[in-house]
Write a protein that binds this ligand. Structure first.
Ligand code: CDP
Length: 783
C-alpha cells in the first residue's frame, strides 16, 4: 500500500477543528435533541423560599390534569430510599425536599407528563405550605453560635460549620512573620459566580422494562464516574447502566455534579417504564446548579525591607451553600487552594479554610478552574500588587525578586507541591515588551500629574492542573487516572476512545493529532470517541484542565505501545532484525537503507494479514495513565486601563496575555481556549455576581441581572506564548483550558487599583463596577 498524501498534522499543527463541521451546520446532537418513542417530559417545582419547613404538599390537582402521568414528591422517593443522594464532597443532598427547604430554587416536586407544556402547567397546581424560617445568607452569620441550624437532617451536625482544613507549617510561618520588616494584609472577597454554559443541564433517562438496561443521555463532564455513582446509589447493576454524554454545549465545571433532576428522571423512567426527558431552563440553571467561588479571603504577606517575601498566611471562609456539593478530590476540602504561594519562592506558608453552610444553592464547583486554584491565584496576585504599593516598589520588580528561578525546578513549595517546570521571568519579560511597559509607566506618571487616572495591572499566575496522581487525588474514592483505547484498522485508519469528555474544547481534533504525532497516521484518518460508557474505557472525565495532562498522556502512551508492535511487524515485512528498524513520521525503514521502508498503513494491513510467527493479530490496545505529578502551566497577563474620575468607569485600553502550557498540540485551539478564558475572566472582574438579598432570594437568576460579557464590552486580547515543556508528560504538554480564567481577573483588578493608588485605595472587590470605584473615590474625598 502506498502512503497517503493527506497531511499528518501531528503536534504543533493547527488543522481546523473536525467537530466544527457538524456544529456550524447545526448538526450537533445535544441531550435536548434526543427523541425516543413514548418519551415523557419532566418539570421540577422549586422552592420560592430560602429556608422554610414544608408543612403540606398537595399534588391532587396536578395529578388530575389531563396528560400528567405522575407527580413525584420527596415522600414518594423516600419510599424507594431515594430521597437523599451523596454529593461529590461526601455530603448528602435532598433529591426532592422532604420536610424542609434550605435554599431558594431547591427541588420540591416533579411532574412527569406527555408534553413539556403540560408538565410545566401542572407545577402551578401543586399546593405547598411553607412555614418560613430565618434565612442565613452570610457565612459569618452562619458560623455564629446562635445562628439557625440549616442542616437538621444530619444527626451529628450541631452548627453550620462544615470543615476546618489547614496546610503548611504554622510555626515556621509565624517565625517568618516575627522576622519581617513589613507585613502587608488584604481582606478580599471572590464573589459567587456561575459557569453559565450555553446549554443548560438535562437528561433523557430510558430504563427498558424488558432488559433492565438504563440508558441515560446526560449533560455530563464525567460519564464514567456518574455511572458508578448511579450504580452505588440506585443499586442498579453497573453493567446495566449506560451513560451517554452526547455533544455538550459548554460545561466549565457546571456539569460535574449530579443534580436531582437526573436522579428523579431516572427513577421515574424505572417506575413508569417509559423514557423521561428533563431539561432545565436558564433560571433553574442559574439558581440551583453548582456555583463557583464565594471565598472570603484574608491574606498576610511578610516581607523584608528590600522586597523579599518571607512568609505567607491566609484564612478563608468558604461559603458552600446548603449542601456541600463541591466536586473536590476528597483529601482536599478546599481544593488546591494551598497553591496560594503562586509563582514565588516563599520559604514559609500556612493557610486555613473553614467551610460553612448557608441558605444558598449548593456548589463550590471548579468553574474553569482546578479546584480553588483561581481563588488562590487571585489572592497572591492581588497581595503582590498591594505589597508593591506599600513598599513603593514597581510591582514588576517585586515579582522579579521573588520568582522561582528556572534552575530551581522541579521546585518543592513550602506547602509541598512539586512544580514540574517554569520560566516565569521569560513570560513576564515577553508580556512587558509586547505591552511597552516602560513607556506606559512614563505616560501614567504624566497623567497622574495632570490629575488623570490610568492603571497598569500585572498578574504572573501559576496553575496546577492534571489531577491525579491517583494515590493522592480521588473523586468520591475513585482514583484520578485516565485512559485511551486505540484501534488501528486494516486500512490504516484508526479509532481512539477516551475516558475524558469534550464540552467544546476540540478533543476530536487534538487527541487525533497526538496519535498522528506518534504513529504518522493522518489526524483526519483517526476518529475520536468520547462520552459513552459502554464504548469507551474508564476515566474520571474532563474538568480542571485534566484532559491533556492525563487523557492526552494516555493517548501518547497507547500510541507508543502500538508503535512498538508495529516495529516488530515492520521488521518481519522487511526481513530485518527489529533492532535495525528505524521510525520517522509514519515510515519504518531499515537503518542505513531508507528506501527499504514500510508505511504505518502497510504495517496495519499486515497486522491482520501477514504476521510474524506466534504474534497476536491486530493493532489495538488500551492504556490507563496515572500521572506521576500535576502539570504547572503559567503566564503573565497585563492590562492597561483608563479610568474616568467623574463616573468611576474604567476601560481596558490594552490587554496582553503570555501563556506557557508546555508543548502546544494545536496552537489555534490553544489560542481559542485562551480567548474564551480571558473573556470569562473579564466578565468576573468587571460585571458578574450571583448575590442574594437578606431573605435569600437569588439576585442573578437571569441574564439581565447576571451579566455575560458580549463582544461589545470584551476588550481586544493580544496573545503570545513561551514554551516550557513538562518534563514528566509524554509529549511535554500541560493543560491550558482554564489558565486565562484563573490568571486574568487579578490583572484587571490590579490595573484599576494601580490607577487609584495615588488616592490610597487598596481594594475593591470584584466585580469592579463603576459605582464601586466611584464610591471608593468618594470615600477618599476625591469626588
Ligand atoms: O480538560 P480540558 O479539555 O478542558 O482542557 P485542556 O486539557 O487544557 O485542553 C483544552 C484543549 O486545548 C484541548 O483540545 C487540548 O487538547 C488543547 N491543548 C493543546 O492543544 N495543547 C496543550 N498544551 C494543551 C491543550
Amino acid at each position: 500500500m502506498s502512503q497517503t498524501q493527506t497531511p499528518i498534522h501531528g503536534l504543533g499543527h493547527s488543522p481546523r477543528r473536525k467537530e466544527d463541521d457538524r456544529f456550524i451546520r447545526g448538526k450537533g446532537i445535544y441531550v435536548d435533541d434526543v427523541q425516543l418513542p413514548g418519551m415523557l417530559h419532566m418539570a421540577i417545582l422549586r422552592s420560592p423560599l430560602a429556608h422554610a419547613r414544608i408543612t403540606r404538599v398537595d399534588t391532587s390537582q396536578a395529578q388530575a390534569l389531563e396528560g400528567v402521568v405522575a407527580v413525584v414528591t420527596g415522600q414518594d422517593l423516600a419510599a424507594h430510599n431515594l430521597a437523599w443522594m451523596p454529593t461529590l464532597s461526601a455530603d448528602t443532598q435532598a433529591v426532592l425536599a422532604l420536610d424542609k427547604v434550605v435554599f431558594q430554587g431547591q427541588e420540591v416536586a416533579a411532574v412527569i407528563a406527555e408534553t413539556p407544556y403540560t408538565a410545566h402547567d401542572a407545577l402551578e397546581l401543586i399546593d405547598v405550605d411553607y412555614d418560613p424560617l430565618e434565612p442565613v445568607v452570610d457565612p459569618y452569620r452562619a458560623l455564629e453560635p446562635d445562628a439557625p441550624l440549616i442542616r437538621e437532617d444530619k444527626p451529628d451536625q450541631t452548627s453550620n460549620h462544615i470543615f476546618h482544613w489547614s496546610q503548611g507549617d504554622k510555626e515556621a510561618t509565624d517565625r517568618a512573620f516575627a522576622q519581617a520588616d513589613r507585613v502587608v494584609s488584604l481582606d478580599t472577597f471572590y464573589p459567587r459566580c456561575h459557569p453559565s454554559p450555553l446549554e443548560t443541564c438535562g437528561c433523557v433517562a430510558d430504563v427498558n422494562p424488558a432488559t433492565g438496561k438504563a440508558t441515560i443521555w446526560m449533560t455530563s463532564q464525567a460519564p464514567h464516574v456518574h455511572r458508578t455513582l448511579f450504580a452505588l446509589v440506585a443499586g442498579l447493576p453497573e453493567q446495566n447502566i449506560r451513560i451517554i454524554s452526547p455533544d455538550i454545549g459548554g460545561g466549565f465545571g457546571n456539569k460535574v455534579p449530579i443534580y436531582p433532576g437526573y436522579v428523579v428522571a431516572t427513577a421515574a423512567s424505572l417506575l413508569i417504564g417509559r423514557p423521561v426527558k428533563w431539561v432545565e431552563d436558564r433560571t433553574e440553571n442559574l439558581i440551583s446548579t453548582g456555583f463557583a467561588r464565594d471565598y472570603h479571603m484574608s491574606g498576610e504577606m511578610a516581607l523584608s525591607a528590600d522586597g523579599k517575601i518571607l512568609g505567607l498566611r491566609s484564612k478563608v471562609i468558604a461559603d458552600h451553600g446548603a449542601f456541600n456539593a463541591a466536586a473536590q478530590p476528597s483529601k482536599f476540602p478546599a481544593g488546591l487552594f494551598h497553591i496560594f504561594t503562586g509563582s514565588y519562592d516563599v520559604p514559609a506558608a500556612y493557610c486555613e479554610v473553614d467551610g460553612a453552610y448557608t441558605n444558598k444553592a449548593p456548589g463550590g464547583i471548579a468553574y474553569r478552574c482546578s479546584f480553588r486554584v483561581t481563588e488562590a491565584s487571585y489572592l497572591i496576585e492581588r497581595m503582590v500588587q498591594n505589597a508593591a504599593t506599600e513598599l513603593g516598589m514597581d510591582p514588576v520588580e517585586l515579582r522579579r525578586r521573588n520568582f522561582i528561578q528556572p534552575e530551581q525546578f522541579p521546585y518543592r513549595s513550602a506547602v509541598g507541591w512539586v512544580y514540574d517546570s517554569g520560566d516565569y521571568q521569560r513570560a513576564l519579560d515577553l508580556a512587558l515588551e509586547k505591552l511597552g511597559y516602560e513607556e506606559l509607566r512614563r505616560e501614567q506618571k504624566e497623567k497622574w500629574e495632570r490629575g488623570e487616572l490610568m492603571g497598569i495591572g500585572v498578574a504572573s499566575f501559576t496553575e496546577i492542573v492534571g489531577a491525579g496522581h491517583g494515590a493522592e487525588f480521588d473523586i468520591a474514592g475513585l482514583r484520578m487516572f485516565d485512559s485511551a483505547e486505540l484501534r488501528v484498522h486494516p486500512t490504516g485508519k484508526a479509532i481512539l476512545k477516551l475516558g475524558v469528555k469534550s464540552q467544546g474544547q476540540g478533543h476530536e481534533t487534538t487527541f487525533a493529532q497526538i496519535v498522528a504525532g506518534e504513529l504518522g497516521i493522518p489526524a483526519s484518518d483517526i476518529s475520536v470517541v468520547e462520552g459513552d460508557t459502554d464504548n469507551t474505557p474508564y476515566g474520571l472525565g474532563t474538568y480542571a484542565s485534566r484532559s491533556t495532562p492525563v487523557g492526552g498522556a494516555a493517548t501518547a502512551m497507547i500510541a507508543r505501545k502500538l508503535r512498538a508492535k508495529a516495529t516488530r511487524i515492520a521488521a518481519h515485512l522487511l526481513e530485518a532484525s527489529e533492532d535495525d528498524i528505524e521510525y520517522e513520521e509514519g515510515r519504518f525503514f531499515v537503518k542505513g537503507a531508507p528506501d527499504r521502508a514500510k508505511t504505518i498503513q502497510d504495517v496495519a494491513f499486515a497486522a491482520y494479514t501477514n504476521l510474524p510467527e506466534g504474534m497476536e493479530p491486530g493493532l489495538e490496545g488500551v492504556h490507563y495513565y496515572d500521572p506521576p505529578n500535576m502539570t504547572y502551566p503559567f503566564g503573565t497577563y497585563c492590562v492597561v486601563v483608563d479610568l474616568d474620575k467623574g463616573t468611576g468607569e474604567w476601560k481596558t485600553r490594552k490587554m496582553v496575555a503570555v501563556d506557557d502550557c508546555g508543548v502546544r498540540i494545536n496552537p489555534m485551539i490553544v489560542e481559542g481556549q485562551i480567548h474564551g478564558g480571558l473573556a470569562e475572566g473579564f466578565g468576573i472582574a468587571a460585571m458578574q455576581l450571583i448575590t442574594f438579598d437578606e431573605q435569600g432570594n437569588c439576585i442573578g437568576s437571569n441574564f439581565t441581572d447576571y451579566l455575560l460579557p458580549t463582544s461589545w464590552e470584551t476588550p481586544r486580547f493580544e496573545t503570545f506564548a513561551t514554551v516550557t515543556p513538562s518534563p514528566h508528560h509524554p509529549i511535554g504538554a500541560k493543560g491550558v483550558g482554564e489558565s486565562a480564567t484563573v490568571g486574568s481577573p487579578a490583572a484587571y483588578v490590579n490595573a484599576v487599583l494601580d490607577a487609584l493608588a495615588p488616592l490610597g485605595i487598596t481594594n475593591i472587590d470584584m466585580p469592579v463596577t463603576s459605582d464601586k470605584v466611584w464610591a471608593a473615590m468618594h470615600e477618599k474625598g476625591f469626588v
